[in-house]
Design a protein around this ligand. Structure first.
Ligand code: HEC
Length: 91
């Protein structure tokens, strides 16, 4: 029994990590490319800090982007930390 837990725990941890990373990029590609291409976001990676991204997202919400408070937090935890050129925001 103990052996199983030791084996399974890192696998779950890793899967959870992959899911968390994937989830946020999916959120951006799902919510943010309905009005313009995701390229607009790609071009700003590494240029906007988190307060600049927050202003941008608030402006997008005013234009009609369907982003909830939690989703905004997730996007803000994701976009400002990306390296320029990161997939899948920059293909
Ligand atoms: C309802 C339509 C709509 C949605 C959905 C939308 N945008 Fe936009 N976005 C626009 C329009 C229109 C412009 C160009 C005019 C402007 O910049 O105000 C724009 C421009 C931008 C720009 C370039 C201008 C700048 O401020 O740097 C960025 C970056 C951006 N959007 C990011 C996003 C992100 C991130 C999301 C998802 C949270 C998103 N957009 C979702 C309509 C939208």
């Amino acid at each position: 029994m103990n052996k199983y837990i030791i084996l399974i725990f890192p696998v779950l941890l890793f899967a959870g990590f992959l899911y968390a990373v994937d989830d946020k990029s999916g959120l951006v590609t799902g919510k943010c490319d309905t009005c313009h291409s995701i390229d607009k976001i790609c071009k700003n990676i590494g240029k906007k800090d988190s307060s600049a991204w927050e202003k941008t997202i608030d402006r997008m919400i005013k234009k009609g982007a369907k982003v909830s408070g939690d989703e905004k937090k997730e996007i803000l935890a994701y976009l400002p930390g990306l390296e320029p050129g990161t997939n899948p925001i920059c293909k």
